[in-house]
Design a protein around this ligand. Structure first.
Ligand code: FES
Length: 164
């Protein structure tokens, strides 16, 4: 049987449907959820707030930077958020408030929190996936609305690789 896009997609679906420990296989076509993180007033510069996006198996960090960022939200355009899973092998990155960067404890890849998660150094080859945020001036709420980049361990926005 010639390999086709259809074959590939059905194979991918079968892999995803096989089940994943710690990573729920969900519909790849599902819309990005909107998940409230915290009010902007609750963000303290340098102290990240943990949340999950787009599902509980995907840890993320939101942080207020010391100055406005290109895609920052909130009154000061200084709140940004990223997947916590290093794109090299999935270790959870930590936040270095002094350098305003995310650093992986496994092989020391570092990502720039101000510049869209751009890789600074390390084994990773792409930026840290950025969580898209919206801000409501009325409620002061910062909400996650999507992802720019491929979260580690996934074949698309919502579907995880099968893991044993
Ligand atoms: S898992 Fe992060 S650098 Fe290797």
């Amino acid at each position: 049987v010639p390999f086709s896009r259809r074959n590939f997609l059905s194979a991918s679906a079968a892999i995803a449907a096989a089940g994943a420990a710690g990573c729920a296989p969900t519909e790849s076509t599902a819309q990005a959820p909107s998940i409230g993180i915290a009010k902007a007033a609750q963000f303290v510069v340098g102290t990240p707030i943990a949340f999950s996006y787009p599902d509980p198996q995907s840890p993320a960090l939101a942080v207020r930077l010391s100055k406005a960022a290109p895609h920052g939200v909130g009154p000061g355009s200084d709140i940004v958020a990223y997947s916590r899973l290093c794109v090299h092998k999935g270790c959870p990155v930590g936040y270095n408030a002094h350098q305003e960067s995310f650093v992986c404890p496994c092989h020391y890849s570092a990502y720039d929190a101000e510049q869209d998660g751009q890789l600074i150094i390390g084994h990773a080859t792409t930026s840290l996936p950025r969580i898209l945020l919206s801000y409501d001036t009325h409620s002061d709420l910062v909400t996650a609305t999507g992802v720019d980049g491929l979260i580690y361990g996934r074949i698309n926005f919502r579907t995880c690789f099968a893991r044993t």
